[in-house]
Design a protein around this ligand. Structure first.
Ligand code: 5GP
Ligand code: ZN
Length: 113
């Protein structure tokens, strides 16, 4: 845990968030500035700054599998969805606690900007 990390503070319930799923290792909540009808952020509960710092396969795997389950729960599994991990400045990572964006509910252009 990192005391001043925004997403660690959401894990500790120090900052409110609309939580859609939680298990022992992961937390998922709606993005505060959604870019699609479904825009959920899925994070490991332990502090990991970015994909470049991912400690092990299970941490990443659990986050991705949670995203797939949420897509089912949100009813976008058939229509399709995108999972995105921004890493570093060029990708526009603004919160330095690794997170998967789950986006869906509308057609998503490719490639991203
Ligand atoms: P990044 O740009 O690092 O890939 O994504 C960070 C995401 O976190 C952005 O989509 C942003 O809207 C979202 N975000 C930033 N602050 C908060 C917050 O306090 N609560 C929630 N739910 N999302 C946030
Ligand atoms: Zn953190």
């Amino acid at each position: 845990m990192s005391s001043d990390c925004l997403f660690c503070r959401i894990v500790r319930r120090e900052i409110p968030a609309t939580i859609v799923r939680e298990d022992e290792h992961t937390l998922a909540f709606r993005d505060i500035d959604p870019k699609a009808p479904t825009h959920v952020l899925v994070i490991p509960k332990t502090h990991v700054a970015s994909l470049a710092d991912a400690p092990d396969a299970s941490t990443l795997g659990r986050v991705l599998l949670a995203a797939a389950q949420i897509a089912k729960d949100e009813g976008i599994e058939t229509s399709g969805y995108r999972t995105v991990i921004n890493t570093g400045a060029d990708a526009g990572q603004t919160v330095h606690h690794v997170h998967v964006h789950l986006l869906g509910g509308r057609h998503l252009k490719w490639p991203p900007g």
